[in-house]
Design a protein around this ligand. Structure first.
Ligand code: COA
Length: 133
């Protein structure tokens, strides 16, 4: 276990309990459910930075390291790694918190690329951040 498996990196953006309907026949939570919570977190964070609509253009290097169990709380952390002309690259980490303890475990990590879009769904330039923000 390295340092990045001890403390979540980024801002807590989504918290949600893993429910029985999200589980597969083994009783573990579907990877697709975890990925969708990570996509939501990336979308929230990118839309705040872009101050408008965003769409997911790429998901890179997603690694499912540990299973998620029914009843775990999934906590998704986001950090902005890069802002391009129209795109925002975010590091997204999903951690679980067990019901009976405060123990946190990193379960999934990956890089999401979101594109700022206009009302017609076309890429738009992202405004520079000012010091006041
Ligand atoms: C998002 C969308 C509007 C972008 O339009 P586009 O014409 O393909 O975009 P562009 O080629 O102009 O690229 C836009 C930005 O994305 C980046 N980009 C494009 N493909 C990428 C990839 N595979 N990985 C990382 N970044 C990528 C470009 O470098 C550019 O970034 P920059 O402006 O910061 O330099 C369009 O691809 C789209 O509608 N995709 C579907 C989105 C969607 O429905 N997502 C949900 C999936 S279910």
């Amino acid at each position: 276990m390295d340092e990045t498996d001890v403390m979540p990196r980024g801002d807590l953006t989504v918290r949600i309990p893993a429910m029985p309907a999200d589980a597969n026949a083994n009783g573990d939570i579907f990877g697709g459910w975890v990925m969708s919570q990570m996509d939501l977190a990336a979308g929230i964070r990118a839309a705040e930075r872009a101050r408008g609509r965003v769409a997911t253009i790429a998901v890179n290097a997603l690694t499912f390291k540990k299973p998620v169990k029914i009843g775990d709380t999934l906590c998704v952390y986001s950090s902005i790694e890069k802002v391009g002309r129209t795109s925002i690259t975010l590091a997204i980490e999903a951690w679980t918190k067990a019901r009976a303890s405060n123990e946190r475990t990193k379960v999934t990590e990956g890089t999401f690329v979101m594109v700022a879009i206009d009302e017609n769904g076309r890429p738009v330039a992202i405004a520079a951040e000012t010091l006041a923000e």
